[in-house]
Design a protein around this ligand. Structure first.
Ligand code: SF4
Length: 354
């Protein structure tokens, strides 16, 4: 029976590699982690019966407390009522192959970051995940018959053929939506566009949280000029069922500059080729660049610039934490990358010295 509290608890299967093991969670945000060896046993059925807030779901709880629509609430739009714990929403988060080392990411999620750590002798990492055998486990064991939504994460999912192998397993593509969290550095070739045409909708969710030099800083070493061109090319050649979304991760450096993205989308990528609107999905950053680390005086400046805007509401729902970890990062990585955050984000520099 579908879970009435959150449909992902009964029918969401978010596969990822954790500590070199394949695990499954109800969604990418949850910390309710089940080792793949327990996939067939009681644990999945127990998970499906949870009908109250637990610590595993604190992300959704915080979102709702902050007045935002949570993923839990969206689960009812994504997963219909069914009489089983069959996989309906799948996340595939196995392959960390990536051509970017974004400041807000790290070596656990990007092979380029891993190389950067090793090259600069920060410390030696060798993740060597068993990605191919984990993919086989999923391909051979998951029941794809009821899947209505599949989402690919990375790394950069368009750099490998993992996504193609999964899509080929979906028996009813016209009833299935496909989501990509992508850095937009790859324009898919014709064979992929032809596969996409068979699916209900393709959500091309480009991770863009700045434009021009601010994009280049955050999404190092990708170049905004190339990414912009890729998106415009894709708009021209993509099938009509492809919708664009901009995934904007809000951090203490880029929040003040949010309007630049909004303006760019309005002018350049307001819709797909057929007129379907591009959505901007805003969410806060965690970890080293946690939005909590936005200085209080900078917050005041942001509230004045964006009154009644979701940006201000999201920041307001975050308590304050020291921003020293961000300055440590810039001290360490700016010289290596020949970057200078003070030149890239000049309007906010003074707030980080109080
Ligand atoms: S409540 Fe939120 S975090 Fe928990 S399973 Fe549902 S969508 Fe995921």
């Amino acid at each position: 029976m579908s879970n009435q509290f959150c449909r992902f608890l009964s029918n969401g299967y978010s596969f990822q590699i954790l500590n070199q093991s394949l695990v499954v969670k109800p969604c990418c945000w949850s910390s309710n982690t089940i080792h793949i060896d327990q996939y067939y046993d009681q644990k999945i059925k127990e998970r499906a019966k949870i009908n109250y807030w637990t610590n595993d779901c604190r992300v959704c709880q915080e979102q709702e407390n902050g007045g935002q629509k949570s993923f839990r609430q969206s689960s009812f739009d994504i997963v219909p009522e069914v009489n089983s714990t069959a996989p309906i929403a799948l996340d595939i988060n196995l392959d960390m192959t990536c051509n970017a080392a974004c400041v807000i990411c790290g070596p656990e999620a990007s092979t380029l970051w891993e190389k950067q750590y090793n090259k600069n002798k920060i410390f030696t990492i060798n993740q060597q995940s068993n990605h191919e055998s984990y993919l086989s486990t999923i391909l051979n064991n998951v029941d794809f018959n009821n899947v209505k939504r599949v989402k690919f994460f990375g790394g950069e999912p368009l750099l490998t053929d993992t996504h193609i192998k999964i899509l080929e397993k979906i028996p009813n593509p016209s009833q299935c939506d496909v989501w990509y969290t992508t850095n937009a550095s790859i324009v898919p070739k014709e064979n992929i566009l032809n596969i996409w045409k068979k699916f209900k909708l393709i959500y091309f969710e480009a991770s863009i949280d700045g434009i021009d030099e601010r994009f280049d800083y955050i999404r190092w070493p990708l170049s905004w000029t190339k990414i912009e061109q890729n998106l415009l090319n894709l708009r021209a050649i993509a099938p009509g069922n492809l919708l664009f979304r901009i995934n904007h991760t809000l951090n203490p450096f880029n929040a003040y500059y949010y309007e630049e993205i909004e303006n760019w989308v309005e002018q350049k990528l307001d819709t797909n080729r057929l007129g379907d609107k591009t959505e901007i999905n805003i969410h806060p950053c965690w970890g080293t660049w946690d939005l909590k680390k936005t200085p209080m005086s900078l917050r005041e400046k942001i509230y004045k610039k964006y009154p009644d805007h979701i940006i201000s509401k999201i920041i307001l729902s975050h308590s304050f934490e020291s921003y020293q970890s961000i300055l440590n990062f810039t001290d360490q990585w700016d010289p290596i990358r020949k970057n200078n955050w003070k030149q890239t984000f000049p309007d906010i520099v003074k707030y980080f010295s109080e």
